[in-house]
Design a protein around this ligand. Structure first.
Ligand code: FNR
Length: 370
């Protein structure tokens, strides 16, 4: 129980010794229902824990006598080069974790030369975030219920200097988390989608036919299809990535459609409950799209060793979701920057002992299936 959450600190608490410690400590800095909302997945919470467990199914071979003295963590991701392979996943409403919301996260991203992917559902404006986030910033797009509203977001992201669009396609329906419902979570008043002017899709037309379904006549009527994706790519001057890919056939079709790259993700287990763990599908997707196609991964990254495993199984880089909010709640921008630094150092230790001087040297041979 946490009746009065602590306010974010101006220093890094001494209890934090690894990136995952932020997950534990954040419990004291958030109201209990908020913590449950962030921690949980959708439905009965099958996929969210599976994301974490999947990393335990692989171990890393130590390798001997290799010269890694000239090592670095630089990676090329599509058209960009990053100093390390850890990106900040699009996460809605950072004001859940800190009164200044995404502005704090953006400062941390800039300081750590980390690419921040700003959510459509950010609680600060994308322009304000862009001013602080540093040159490496991407924008995550949700299709809006009409094309004018979608184009408006796209134009604003382009004007604000975002370098890529990541369109998330795995969440056409918002699935409630039973865990959050049981904890009594309600979205706090300060958590509004600062970039959206409309109130979301119009209500479903009343359907009197006995066969009519609320889901299909309602929400899914506005859900995007392949035609919408083609339309988006034709209207974007920025590279378009697709987030939420789990099936190799979808990956292949997206590559064929000219998508700049894909994010293997199950939305942190927050969309289709019962979906496979992200890590479980990663090798097959890499095999299907080929070695050269840009591929990001998220879902369950809690340590630098997890980053290593995702790279070994085919990711060019990873995104972290929940850890951002945990670190933000504990120590604002400082916490997020520190969390990224810890992940990076943990990755470096793993690379060094596994005998990999650069991310390019990390391959499947580095892992043993437990
Ligand atoms: C998310 N995620 C998400 N994804 C997205 O494309 N747009 C969004 O607005 C959000 N919002 C969001 C809110 C919260 C509270 C969470 C926890 C997640 C999913 C996110 O980008 C990412 O896929 C997962 O969080 C990755 O899993 P981990 O790192 O949290 O285990």
């Amino acid at each position: 129980a946490n009746p009065v959450p602590l306010a974010p600190l101006a220093a890094i608490p001494s209890e934090i010794r690894c990136a995952q410690d932020y997950e534990v400590l954040a419990r004291r800095f958030m109201a209990a229902p908020t913590y449950e909302y962030i921690l949980g997945g959708s439905g009965r919470d099958q996929t969210a824990p599976a994301n974490l467990d999947a990393f335990g199914q692989w171990s890393v071979y130590p390798r001997l006598l290799r010269d890694v003295s000239a090592g670095n963590t630089r990676v090329a991701v599509g058209a960009d080069t990053f100093s390390h392979p850890i990106l900040l996943a699009p996460v809605a409403f950072h004001k859940l974790a800190h009164p200044a919301g995404e502005l704090e996260t953006a400062r941390a991203a800039h300081a750590m030369q980390t690419c921040m992917v700003t959510s459509t559902l950010a609680s600060c404006t994308l322009e304000d975030i862009a001013r602080l986030a540093g040159p490496q910033r991407w924008f995550q797009l949700y299709f809006q219920h009409d094309r004018v509203a979608t184009l408006e977001l796209l134009a604003r992201a382009e004007a604000a200097g975002y370098r890529a669009i990541v369109v998330t396609l795995d969440a056409s329906i918002q699935v409630a988390s039973l865990r959050a419902l049981r904890a009594g979570f309600q979205m706090p008043a300060e958590c509004v989608a600062a970039n959206l002017t409309s109130d979301g899709p119009p209500p479903a037309a009343p359907a009197f036919e006995p066969e009519a379904s609320r889901i299909f006549q309602g929400v899914m009527r506005a859900a995007p299809t392949w035609r919408d994706l083609e339309w988006l790519m034709a209207n974007s001057s920025l590279p378009v990535w697709v987030k939420g890919v789990l099936h190799p056939d979808d990956a292949l079709a997206l590559r064929a459609a000219g998508v700049a790259g894909i994010v293997v993700s199950n939305h942190g287990g927050r969309s289709l409950d019962g979906a496979p763990a992200s890590l479980a599908v990663l090798p097959a997707i890499r095999d299907t799209v080929g070695a050269q196609y840009p591929l990001l991964f998220d879902g369950g990254i809690r340590s630098g060793t997890d980053v290593f495993k995702a790279l070994a199984l085919g990711a060019n880089a990873v995104l972290v979701g929940r850890l951002q909010l945990y670190a933000l709640s504990v120590a604002g921008a400082l916490g997020v920057a520190h969390m990224i630094k810890l992940l990076r150092e943990e990755l470096e230790v793993c690379m060094a002992l596994a005998g990999c001087a650069t991310p390019a040297e990390i391959d499947r041979g580095a892992l043993l299936r437990a």
